[in-house]
Design a binder for this molecule. Sequence first.
Ligand code: NAP
Length: 259
Amino acid sequence: MSTLLQGKTALILGVANRWSIAYAIAQAFHREGARIILTYQGERQRATVEELGAEVGAVRILNCDVTKDAEIAAMAEALQAENTSLDVVMHSIAFANREDLSRPFVETSREGFALAHDVSAFSLVAVARATAPLMVNGGAILTLTYLGAVRVVENYNVMGVAKAALESCVRYLAHDLGAAKIRVNAISAGPIKTTSARGIKDFSKVLEGVSAVAPLKRNTDPAEVADAAVFLGSDLGRGVTGNVIYVDAGFQIMALSAG
Ligand code: NAP
């Protein structure tokens, strides 16, 4: 067992099932010796997250729907009441209406635009504000983003615009929280088959296209994303803040491919 996160406590938001990228991250954090706290969204998810939490030795499991200020506050208050200090906060949450991921972007509704930005971008700000006071020794806040933030990826639509906002939030939060020795970074993961990804039209074609073109000639393994999160969450990443690190088999460097 390696110990890059020994003595650290990590709060991970966004484990829905064992295919969630957040679950791969929880496994890697556990491997590296972190104490793990998980959240779930609503009673419907509780049993699954408790079961997965047991597999990674989670010490606490809390309810938190990030669209509800009261639930974010209750989560932070519960940790405060138990004198829990945090070292790493992993935000692995996004949502957009399925219809906004299948019709042309120009037809995005006002409500769909607001919802995608609320859940997928603003929630990082709300979670950072609530948890920063618990990071008494400084720490690392991490989130997950996607290439659709900076390039047009067909069918990613409003989620790409929300990811652009998320990446900008990372930079502004890194600026605000740097004096408290809190680093804020994003990992831009290549496409991975998860429940959320299945909501994107023609996702399997994206996987095929990426593995054909990416320099490493394959898709991204969630364990690779998790190891980057270990780096950023550990002292190895101590000089890195406000960044977006690509873990995507190199796909983002490519323009045209002759193959
Ligand atoms: P996932 O397993 O479906 O995870 C998404 C998580 O967001 C779920 O746990 C979901 O909970 C949670 N969530 C949605 N609305 C929420 C809310 N209001 N409050 C609290 N939690 C909420 O899919 P994933 O692919 O691992 O996604 C994790 C992150 O990685 C997302 O930010 C995604 O955009 C990003 N990402 C994914 C890929 C990919 O190809 N899969 C690539 C790059 C980046 P419920 O299931 O309970 O709603």
